[in-house]
Design a protein around this ligand. Structure first.
Ligand SMILES: NC(=O)c1ccc[n+]([C@@H]2O[C@H](COP(=O)([O-])OP(=O)(O)OC[C@H]3O[C@@H](n4cnc5c(N)ncnc54)[C@H](OP(=O)(O)O)[C@@H]3O)[C@@H](O)[C@H]2O)c1
Length: 324
C-alpha cells in the first residue's frame, strides 16, 4: 500500500479555490483552522442561530449561512454528524455549484446511502484517523495525523488530486495518506468502534474492575489495576508495537498475558467479532444510527446518565480528584 507524504502531493488543486466547511464541531473546527493556516480560502458554513458562529469568527475564520456559503465554494466538506448528512445534503444540494467537489471525513453516509451525490460532483473522502483536537494540536506542533483518502465519484477527473491536496493542507501529508474506499473505511471504522477499541476494550476494563471488586479487592486498587494501566499499554504499543510491548514488561506479566489473553479473547469472541462485521456490512448499524437520531438520541442519553453513576466512575472521580 502506497503511503503518500507532502513531497508526493501537488497543492495546486486547492490554490485559488474556496472550501466551505459544514459544521464547527470536533472535526470542523480543526479542519477549518488547519486549512486556514495552510493559506486556503475557508468559510465555515453554519445553520441560522448557530452558537458556533461567534466562536469561529473569534478564531479569525470567515463564516456564513449554509446556502450562500455552499454556493460560494468549489469544495464543500460535510463535517456535521453522520446521522444528519441525509437531511443536510438535501438542503444544500440545490446550492452546490456544477462540478464542485463534495468531501467527507467518514465513508458511512455514502457507503450506506444516506447521501447520493449528484453525478456532476467530484466526491472524495479524507478521514483523519483521530479526533479533531489531536488533528489541530499536531498541526500546531508542525506534525500531522495519518489519514485515509478515497474517491467516491470522479466527475472531473481531478477528484484524486483534490482529495490529496486537501489532506496535505490539513497537515496529514506530514504523517502520511493511505488510499482506501468509502466502503472499506466505513466498515472498518464501524467494526472497530463496536468490536475493538471503543466498544469492547472499555467493557473489558469494566468487567475486570467488577470481577476484582466482587472478589473482595478495594475499588481503588481494582481501578488502578484494570483501568489505570491502559495508558502505559497504549504508549508501549505506540512506541514498540505489540510484540515489543510484550518484551518490555516483566516475565511475570508476559507469561500471565500469554496464558490469560487467549483464554478471555477465545474463539467465541472471534466468532462474535465476525458477526459484528457481517452486520455492519449489511447496514444494520447504519439503520440503528438513523433511528437513534429520529428518536432524539433517547438511548444514548439514558446510557450517558447510567454510565456516570457506577462504582467505577465514583472511584475514578475519587482517585483523579474530580469529585464535586
Ligand atoms: N469526532 C471525530 O473526532 C471524528 C474523527 C474522524 C472523522 N469524523 C467524521 O467527521 C464528521 C463530523 O463529525 P464530528 O464528530 O466532528 O461532528 P460534531 O462535532 O458532532 O459536529 C457538530 C457540528 O455540526 C453542526 N450541525 C449539527 N447538526 C446540524 C444540522 N442539522 N445542520 C447543520 N449543521 C449541523 C453543529 O452545528 P452548531 O454549531 O450549530 O451546533 C456543529 O457545528 C463525521 O462524518 C464523523 O464521522 C469525526
Amino acid at each position: 500500500m502506497e503511503l503518500l507524504r507532502d513531497a508526493d502531493i501537488d497543492p495546486a488543486p486547492l490554490v485559488g479555490r474556496r472550501v466551505a466547511i459544514l459544521g464547527y464541531g470536533n472535526q470542523g473546527r480543526a479542519q477549518a483552522l488547519n486549512l486556514h493556516d495552510s493559506g486556503i480560502d475557508v468559510v465555515v458554513a453554519l445553520r441560522g442561530g448557530s452558537g458556533s458562529m461567534i466562536e469561529a469568527e473569534a478564531a479569525g475564520l470567515a463564516t456564513g449561512l449554509l446556502e450562500p456559503a455552499v454556493a460560494s465554494a468549489d469544495v464543500v466538506m460535510m463535517l456535521a454528524p453522520d446521522e444528519i448528512h441525509a437531511e443536510l445534503y438535501r438542503e444544500i444540494e440545490p446550492h452546490l455549484r456544477q462540478g464542485a467537489a463534495l468531501g467527507f471525513s467518514h465513508g458511512l453516509s455514502v457507503r450506506f446511502g444516506f447521501v447520493e451525490p449528484r453525478p456532476d460532483l467530484d466526491v472524495f473522502m479524507l478521514a483523519p484517523k483521530g479526533p479533531g483536537t489531536a488533528l489541530r494540536s499536531l498541526y500546531e506542533q508542525g506534525k500531522g495525523m495519518i489519514a485515509v483518502w478515497a474517491v467516491g465519484q470522479d466527475a472531473s477527473g481531478n477528484a484524486r488530486d483534490i482529495a490529496l491536496a486537501y489532506g496535505r493542507a490539513l497537515g496529514c501529508g506530514r504523517a502520511g495518506l493511505i488510499e482506501s474506499s468509502f466502503a472499506e473505511e466505513a466498515e472498518a471504522d464501524l467494526f472497530n468502534e463496536q468490536a475493538v477499541v471503543w466498544g469492547a476494550v472499555p467493557e473489558l476494563l469494566i468487567a475486570g474492575f467488577e470481577t476484582l471488586v466482587e472478589g473482595g479487592v478495594s475499588p481503588e486498587l481494582a481501578y488502578l489495576e484494570c483501568v489505570g494501566e491502559l495508558k502505559l499499554l497504549a504508549e508501549l504499543i505506540e512506541a514498540r508495537g505489540i510484540a515489543g510491548m510484550r518484551e518490555a514488561i516483566s516475565n511475570t506479566a508476559e507469561l500471565g498475558a500469554l496464558l490469560g489473553g487467549r483464554r478471555i479473547v477465545d474463539e467465541d469472541v472471534r466468532g462474535r467479532m465476525a458477526d459484528a462485521l457481517r452486520e455492519v456490512r449489511a447496514g444494520r448499524f447504519a439503520e440503528e444510527l438513523s433511528q437513534e437520531e429520529a428518536t432524539g438520541y433517547a438511548r444514548l442519553e439514558r446510557a450517558r446518565s447510567d454510565n456516570r453513576s457506577t462504582l467505577l466512575e465514583e472511584t475514578y472521580r475519587r482517585l483523579s480528584g474530580s469529585e464535586d
